[in-house]
Ligand binder design. Structure first.
Ligand code: UD1
Length: 338
């Protein structure tokens, strides 16, 4: 069975491609290399022992996408291709709406005319905003995200719900909490462009001496140590959730399915806890300074991921420290390639 994976050379996409190949799926990757590198394709092959088909183009080029659907019997899609920088999305909202939503619609148009079902969408816990209660389950009320990035996730969910309902198709919306870590082989991981925005890549670059110190954005939050709390999910565990979600769609007897799953560990960790776990796991030092809060940041978010366990037979298995160890191994691998 052949699955189209858009953004399949990106951070979460590449790990998911490996899991799909391990589970005997054929994979066709479309990735325009705007936030990924070609060597990832070779590394996927090294890990999985199989090479996915790869086409480097922008999914806004509808005529090229049509050719892929003509050439392969696509049975489903996992759609990772999207811009994901929150700050940048505030400066370039139109680019975010165009890139994240036009490409989604282009794929769905192909699905519609060819009668294809089984679509998995990368959503985000950002759709909940600052929830009133913890943990966050799938029935927690949504709040309009502040960023245009977040809005593309919420709009993407709505587009997919309408698509599934109107045409009788199966879709799964996976709301990721904070993905971290790298493949245990150290051949795949996150490749931040420029100065990282996210916590773990910044901590890694600080430990590596690339950044002088970590800026901790606020220690006056109403939490035990005053720093903000998130649910850090290991990227390989996250990748496995996609395979489980896909298998559920494929084996469903229903014509129309709209699945929504939180993909997190169920455990919240503060910024300071992450820093300490990083230092412990890797025997490194991460100098930091406490700074003002970052605008738009929430205090606390962690998942209730019981639904994924109940309905997908999936749960996070990897500890924070283990995930942080793989991050450091990946950093050393990147340095060895220089
Ligand atoms: C961010 C996005 C979110 C997106 C997610 C993807 C914002 C407001 N939200 O979430 O929409 O889905 O990334 O992973 O950007 N921190 C520091 N110093 C740093 C970096 C981060 O103290 O240099 C803190 C932040 O204040 C936050 C925590 O670390 O409390 C996690 O930050 P980050 O990794 O950027 O993720 P989120 O803000 O949760």
């Amino acid at each position: 069975m052949t699955i189209l994976v858009t953004g399949g050379l990106g951070y979460i996409g590449s790990h998911t491609v490996v899991e799909l190949l391990k589970n005997e799926f054929e994979v066709v990757i479309v990735d325009d290399l705007s936030n990924s590198e070609r060597f990832i394709l070779q590394n996927i092959e090294k890990i999985a022992g199989k090479k996915p088909a790869f086409f480097p183009f922008d999914l806004k080029r509808k005529e090229l996408l049509t050719q892929i659907f003509d050439a392969y019997e696509i049975a489903g899609c996992i759609n990772f291709a999207a811009y994901k920088a929150v700050g940048e999305s505030q400066e370039k909202p139109l680019d975010y709406y165009e890139n994240n939503l036009f490409t989604l619609i282009n794929i769905l148009q192909e699905f519609k005319v060819r009668n294809i079902s089984n679509f998995i969408f990368s959503s985000s816990c950002t759709v909940y905003g600052q929830a009133d209660e913890m943990p966050i389950d799938e029935n927690t009320p949504l709040k309009t995200p502040e960023s245009s990035y977040g809005k593309t996730k919420q709009m993407g969910e709505e587009i997919l719900k309408d698509f599934a309902t109107a045409y009788g198709r199966r879709v799964s919306l996976l709301r990721y909490f904070n993905p971290i870590g790298a493949h245990p082989s150290a051949l795949l991981g996150e490749l931040p462009i420029g100065i990282p925005n996210n916590l773990v890549p910044y901590v890694t670059q600080t430990a590596a001496g690339i950044r002088e110190k970590l800026n901790i954005w606020g220690n006056d939050y109403p939490t035990e140590d005053g720093t903000a709390i998130r649910d850090y999910i290991y990227v390989v565990d996250l990748a496995k959730a996609h395979v489980k979600a896909l298998q559920k769609l494929i084996t469903s007897n229903e014509e129309t399915v709209i699945d929504i799953f939180n993909i997190g560990t169920g455990k919240g960790s503060s910024v300071l806890e992450v820093v300490e776990a990083y230092e412990r796991a890797n025997n490194v030092s991460v100098p930091y300074e406490i700074c003002e809060r970052r605008p738009g940041d929430i205090t606390i978010a962690y998942a209730n991921a019981d639904k994924a366990e109940r309905e997908l037979g999936w749960k996070a298995e990897t500890s924070l420290e283990e995930a942080l160890r793989t991050t450091w191994e990946w950093q050393k691998y990147l340095e060895s390639r220089l």
